[in-house]
Ligand binder design. Sequence first.
Ligand SMILES: [Zn+2]
Length: 120
Amino acid sequence: MPETKTYTGGCHCGEVRFEVTADLGRVVSCNCSICQKRGALWAFVAPEHFALRAGSEDLKDYQFGKRGIHHLFCPQCGVGAFSRGTNPKGGGETIAINVRCLDDVDLAALTLAKFDGRSL
Ligand SMILES: [Zn+2]
């Protein structure tokens, strides 16, 4: 489904809710140390295409390694529905949406792009 659409999404308990306009034509499956454990599938959007609707004051931030990415998660249910990072290709902030946390998305219909984050 290579089409830009507006989706709603959030964590499991509903504390964290957001709205995002994203193209799910390219969804990334990464094998880095954290993605391997989390099993997240990612779509990347510019900050202006993302709006946090609930839970901003509750989010916990996990960082490791070079600390370039804020792996945000809900302290109540533990789900990390999105992360904030700086685009390594230059430019500003990028929001990484965990596609598994979007409402009404048929995960089986997505084409996954493998990313070798482990080798970075
Ligand atoms: Zn939650």
